[in-house]
Design a protein around this ligand. Sequence first.
Ligand SMILES: [Zn+2]
Length: 296
Amino acid sequence: MKNRVGRIIVGLVFLFFFGIYFYKQLGIRTFSDDLASWGEATGFHRDTVETSGSIGEQSAEQPAAPAAPEQPAAPVETPEPTPEPLSFDLSSWEYMLVNGDHSIDQYAPAELVYLDQAVEALDIQTSYNPNRVAVDARIAQPLLDMAKACKDAGLPVWLSSGYRSYSEQAANFQRICQNNGITDGKDAKGHYITMPAGCSEHQSGLCCDITDKYREIKNDEIFKTDTYAWLRDHCAEYGFILRFPTGKEDITGVMNEGWHFRYVGLEAAKYMTENDLTLEEFWQRFGPGETAAPAV
Ligand SMILES: [Zn+2]
């Protein structure tokens, strides 16, 4: 009897341990199916992997969280730089307004320089030279650059007239009025053909009459020349504008002149050309109003 009971106990204990062993074996197989086949394929021993714990844990016991669905990359926004509000300081010298309503009285440029009229010599002389054209020193280089570029394009250039003093303009005015039988310097349409002293832009030294060759009289013939066409198309690249264009006579008050180019600086020349503005319209847009333009 005792033996029987003893055998049963031993059997139960055996079954208990066998059960635990069997359960453990089953558990390992269950959890390591993927790892076993991966180990066979690579020759990597399963025990090594289990010891290290990292791969086994990741692939079986703690499966990695499903990867978040890939979001399309947000487009990188490169915001357009906000353009600065365009403004011009009209008290700067380049914008000096001189016309029939805005006399500069006895103004004279602080520094005059003298350029070769045929633009064969490119030097800028600082002492008075009656055989050269005088301009405000500040526009000499851009004027030379423009004239030289025009010549380089194969076209003749003649710097016809630059700075004129108050007294020279007074003499001009008197002579031209006499020759045309007028007293106010205006043609039949009321546009100036010659300016009273103090009202000519030439007195500022910031402009130059440019023709293809020396011409005793400057008239509409200039519009037929390639030199005029080139200057009209390229002057803004050098900071100049065609000051008295056709069709704007009622605004400028001056008959169209295809030879009169005025320096206003690169930025303003570009703006005025692109927007088809005369200097008067430019002042109306950016200044306190034409009537408030300060006399210089
Ligand atoms: Zn002129």
